[in-house]
Write a protein that binds this ligand. Sequence first.
Ligand SMILES: Nc1ncnc2c1ncn2[C@@H]1O[C@H](COP(=O)(O)OP(=O)(O)O)[C@@H](O)[C@H]1O
Ligand SMILES: Cc1cn([C@H]2C[C@H](O)[C@@H](COP(=O)(O)O)O2)c(=O)[nH]c1=O
Ligand SMILES: [Zn+2]
Length: 193
Amino acid sequence: MLFSEQNFRRRGEFSGSIEVVCGSMFSGKTEELIRRLKRAQIAKLNVEIFKPRTDTRYHESAVVSHDLNSINSTPVDSASAILLLGTNTQVVGIDEAQFFDNELPEVCNKLAMKGIRVIVAGLDMDFTGKPFGPMPALMAIAEHVTKVNAVCVCCGNPALYSYRTVADENTVLLGEKESYEPRCRACYNIGKG
Ligand SMILES: Nc1ncnc2c1ncn2[C@@H]1O[C@H](COP(=O)(O)OP(=O)(O)O)[C@@H](O)[C@H]1O
Ligand SMILES: Cc1cn([C@H]2C[C@H](O)[C@@H](COP(=O)(O)O)O2)c(=O)[nH]c1=O
Ligand SMILES: [Zn+2]
């Protein structure tokens, strides 16, 4: 079921909140983030979007999904830089949250306490299946957590893992289908041998 804003934003009431969209690679996190942000822009809210400067896969500045849907964003070097946004901002979007430093949950909390709706997308697990960066702490303080699934490339079941197909043990390795496959629990663990 599509996430719906109608039940938690009432005109004139405090509206600050944190939403997290998480899942494996190719699960539709960025598409869902863009969908929510474009709806906020249609509603004529002031929207600002951020991503880590290191994420240059598709574009230097824009947030871009695997299907090449995109929305303009500001690349930043650290979570605290997000606090330098304009004073009229009503909605903040953040993509690739797993790459941010551990200040990100507190930054999101501060924004929400200023009445801003904060929507964050990121990988919940790295390629080893461990929680990724600030994502678990963000999920703990969020009002709304949406977990989306990809399709397992081996068997077609819902995929929650990002299986790395190249020999590189570094946690951070930017990539796409040449380096990662979304896999279900069974196929991920068979692959790990
Ligand atoms: N195995 C797969 N499972 C689901 N979607 C896939 C798969 N491979 C490619 N895609 C494409 O990826 C899109 C999701 O892209 P995106 O929102 O950028 O995902 P994420 O940000 O979670 O990596 C899907 O709409 C689909 O067209
Ligand atoms: C699992 C995993 C992924 N990455 C990288 C690979 C991509 O550049 C991004 C994820 O992008 P997506 O929008 O979710 O498809 O993260 C990584 O560096 N380390 C990992 O363990
Ligand atoms: Zn599978």
